[in-house]
Design a protein around this ligand. Structure first.
Ligand code: SF4
Ligand code: SF4
Length: 201
């Protein structure tokens, strides 16, 4: 079967006398360059100067530490949803009201594609995308970020956490009358809350 190739109409690239002078295009370019000469430069001398990125930026995923403990309750949702299977974790039991914690939590940074799905599914906002974008590893082993490397204090992640609260849950307090007490997930924490005890979670 013959394949028909559509060619461009003959006049499509025909330049007028004015176009062929090229002068107007050169002058337009020069005018733009001249205009930029007296404006504040926005180039950054990276890596000496760091770029300040907004809270919407998705850098490497990290685990949130609150009151000296990781928020994670080892539900496994993030590992389940991660498209390239970058997360490996093992749950263990704890006497804390949250009952479970990740004894092992690792992210293979060679696999991570910064999609942010782990952050999106996490019921505790325990894993979030940090603003960190420049990190290096020289071997495959170094690319496995263990729990110690992943733990970051909540106060260092405030901009992202506030942004998530605003962008993900704008309806909280309006449609669902969200209360912090609704966010107590474990049976133990619920019974403690019912008895009026402080759960600190
Ligand atoms: S950002 Fe995406 S790829 Fe990276 S660990 Fe989270 S879910 Fe996996
Ligand atoms: S989804 Fe959140 S709470 Fe569940 S295992 Fe992942 S980080 Fe922990």
């Amino acid at each position: 079967m013959a394949i028909r190739v559509q060619t461009a109409p003959p006049d499509e690239r025909k330049l007028s006398w004015w176009d062929r002078l090229y002068l107007p295009a050169i002058l337009t370019g020069l005018r733009y360059t001249w205009g930029r000469l007296f404006k504040k430069p926005f180039t950054v001398q990276y890596p000496e100067e760091k770029i300040q990125l907004g809270p919407e930026f998705r850098g490497r995923p990290v685990l949130v530490v609150e009151n000296g403990r990781e928020r994670c309750v080892a539900c496994g949702l993030c590992a389940r949803v991660c498209p390239p299977f970058a997360i490996h974790m093992q749950a263990a039991e704890t006497d804390d009201p949250k009952e479970r914690y990740p004894a092992v939590f690792e992210i293979n940074m060679l696999r991570c594609i910064y999609c942010g799905l782990c952050e999106e599914v996490c019921p505790e906002e325990a894993i979030v995308m940090s603003p960190e974008y420049d990190f290096v590893f020289r071997t495959r082993e170094e690319a496995i970020y263990t729990k110690e490397k992943l733990l970051v204090d909540k106060k260092d992640l405030e901009p992202r956490l506030k942004w998530l609260e605003k962008m993900r849950n704008p309806q909280f307090g309006q449609r669902y009358r969200f209360r912090v007490s609704n966010n107590i997930h474990s049976v133990k924490a619920r019974s403690m809350a019912a008895q009026g005890e402080e759960t600190a979670l």
